[in-house]
Write a protein that binds this ligand. Structure first.
Ligand code: ZN
Length: 310
């Protein structure tokens, strides 16, 4: 999930938005609707959210441990059968991408084919580590496999979300489905370990205005899709778990107490080692601030790919 970071007063008024505050004042905030806004809580080590509605669920520290154990067991079994990849190696995969343009009846949100092509280019550039010398090349590449367009006011605003995704999703576990909608989030993703129990809604929902050339100020370079795809490959936020050693299960992304707004160089929100990874695609910084996945994240995505999507 990725939300626009707004001034606190505006954010509190934004129904369903995810509010990030320092862990010292972390709390669950219930918005006016049934949405529950989540703030990382260092004390419990909870939780990740992969979506909302039927695929909203918070991952407790206990479940997080169970997911890690399950993934490790699957990888071990695959290696023993000779169908996995060697430990430490990266899976090179070309991911077919199906883009579903959920436009309004009046054509709002009907992004151009060029914007979609540019979005695919951004995915390829960011996952290849081309935005920073410190960035990892994940070995994951993307090819547009199809585009379809719908003109439905309900679907356009992510209404009947389970239905429309089930009716329009294409491909298998390895296919990245991107639904372009207009909602109060920048994006929401499903996790790879949830595919088997709910394959028909697997994929990412992205605000159409976040595509390259879109109107989402500070979030208009297409890197929301990179962030959501990161979840789809099994990454948590870099602020998952707050100031805990375990944090996001990735060793080379220093812990941070909360999500980042803008691009505050030198931010250091935890006493644990390392500055906050504000340039990481799995933080909430501006698109212009994003420039990297780490080698550890690259390995985690590869492992989850082999375990659940290959
Ligand atoms: Zn997210």
């Amino acid at each position: 999930m990725r939300t626009r970071i707004l001034p606190t007063t505006a954010l509190l008024a934004l129904t369903g938005a995810l509010l990030a505050v320092p862990a010292s004042s972390a709390q669950l905030i219930t918005a006016a609707s049934t949405e529950i806004c989540y703030t990382p809580q260092a004390s419990t080590g909870a939780a990740a959210k992969g979506g909302r509605g039927n695929d909203t669920r918070e991952i407790s520290a206990t479940e997080q441990s169970a997911i890690e154990a399950r993934t490790a067991a699957i990888l071990k079994a695959k290696r023993e059968r000779g169908s996995g990849i060697p430990q430490g190696a990266l899976a090179a995969a070309n991911v077919p991408v199906y883009v579903h343009v959920m436009a309004a009846a009046n054509g709002a949100g009907n992004v151009t084919d060029q914007q979609i092509a540019d979005q695919i280019s951004v995915l390829n550039k960011t996952f290849a580590g081309q935005e920073s010398s410190a960035a990892a090349n994940t070995g994951l590449t993307f090819t547009l496999a199809g585009t379809d367009r719908f003109y439905n006011d309900t679907w356009h605003t992510d209404g009947d979300t389970t239905t429309y995704r089930s009716q329009t999703r294409k491909g298998g576990a390895n296919a990245l489905n991107i639904w372009l909608v207009d909602f109060s989030y920048l994006g929401i993703a499903t996790f790879p370990w949830d595919y088997s129990r709910n394959p028909s809604i697997d994929g990412i929902r992205v605000d159409y205005a976040s595509l390259p050339g879109g109107s989402a100020t500070n979030y208009d370079l297409g890197e929301t899709a990179t962030h959501e795809a990161g979840h789809w490959f099994g990454l948590y936020h870099t602020f998952q778990g707050g100031c805990t050693k375990r944090n996001d299960e990735v060793a080379d992304t220093p812990a941070q107490s909360s999500s980042t707004n803008g691009c505050p160089e030198g931010r250091d929100s935890c006493r644990l080692a390392g500055l906050d990874p504000i340039h990481n695609y799995m933080d909430y910084s501006y698109d212009t601030c994003y420039n990297q996945f780490t080698p550890g994240q690259s390995t985690r995505m590869s492992d989850n790919w082999v375990a659940y999507r290959a």
